[in-house]
Design a protein around this ligand. Structure first.
Ligand SMILES: [Zn+2]
Length: 317
């Protein structure tokens, strides 16, 4: 007798995303184990919401703090594009506290909500004794219930394009100490880098130490000549700097090595070099005519409670 092997449906097969403008390979080194925190100031507590053989890094041109094509809206998370139906995974262990439409206005069932169908997880660990949350928005379908405990990597739902989106992706946020739109932080300082790779954080100011918004910054590898272009956070909106770094620019997922950092200030090109170390955050400041520095902040400030912002802000998840 020949056993009948029925083909199993493969609704979640691994498929490559639609090629974008940037030619990137999908291969990256495996991630460090989480939590990964080799300095007292860093906090790579989270894995990523997609499997390691998927695109699991933020799109480059609309990072946290980015402004979407001239619309006066500042991005409160990162977007990771993936085909419709791709499994979305919990970035860390915790309890599901939201599964519904309406997350932005905290109005369950609101079908006009820009986040679409979203899941929020309150994590088992905190940060400086405060509750930590991660948010996964625009799902096609959720796979968990409120009150359910999930482990890192557990499937919590599937990629969709519900809410305000231009295509299937996950909008991923890190929030503390409250699960609210106004309490987000840059996820690239929280998701663990690939092994051997690191993260650059910067604080770009004018000569009077005022933060400069939406300044284009080019970061070029001295080893490979590959360039990355990013921008400082946009004006206003609901973005918050890290309590320690007080940054207004983050570029994650950089292979370790020496990089040239270039920006334009008062019509002059300014540049410096930074070294990216494996599994760590490198840091620089720019202060107008005082130029660049790579001195790190002296000590963590305790005044890190985010400020409530005007309620007129609208989200662009
Ligand atoms: Zn988004």
């Amino acid at each position: 007798m020949e056993a009948l092997v029925s083909p199993s449906p493969e609704p979640f097969q691994f498929s490559l995303p639609t090629p974008g403008a940037e030619p990137v390979t999908n291969w990256r080194p495996p991630l460090y184990p989480v939590p990964w925190a080799i300095s007292p100031y860093d906090h790579f507590f989270f894995a990523r919401p997609f499997a390691a053989d998927q695109t699991n890094w933020p799109i480059a041109d609309y990072r946290y703090g980015g402004v979407f094509f001239g619309r006066d809206i500042v991005h409160t998370g990162v977007d990771i594009p993936s085909p419709e139906g791709t499994p979305i995974m919990a970035a860390g262990p915790g309890t599901v506290v939201w599964v519904d439409w309406g997350l932005f206005r905290e109005t369950p069932g609101d079908q006009t909500d820009p986040y679409g169908l979203a899941v929020a997880i309150r994590h088992d660990f905190g940060y400086n004794d405060q509750q930590l949350y991660t948010i996964y928005a625009h799902m096609s379908m959720a796979n968990v219930l409120v009150g359910q405990h999930v482990e890192t990597g557990e499937i919590i739902g599937f990629v969709g394009s519900t809410g305000a989106t231009t295509g299937p992706h996950v909008h991923f946020e890190v929030r503390f100490p409250r699960n609210s739109f106004f309490f987000t932080y840059n996820p690239e300082l929280w998701i663990v880098p690939p092994q051997g790779w690191g993260v650059l954080a910067g604080r770009v100011m004018d000569s009077k130490n005022r933060l400069l918004n939406s300044v284009e910054v080019t970061v070029r590898s001295e080893q490979t000549d590959r360039s990355f272009i990013t921008r400082t956070y946009g004006d206003g909106g609901a973005v918050n700097p890290d309590p320690y770094y007080q940054e207004n620019l983050v570029l994650g997922d950089l292979p370790a090595g020496i990089y040239k950092v270039t920006l334009r200030f008062e019509d002059k090109i300014r540049q410096t070099w930074v070294e990216i170390f494996p599994g760590q955050i490198s840091y620089f400041t720019f202060a107008g005519d005082d130029g660049f520095s790579t001195d790190r902040p002296s000590a963590p400030t305790l005044e890190f409670l985010p400020q409530a912002l005007p309620s007129t802000a609208t989200p662009q998840p």
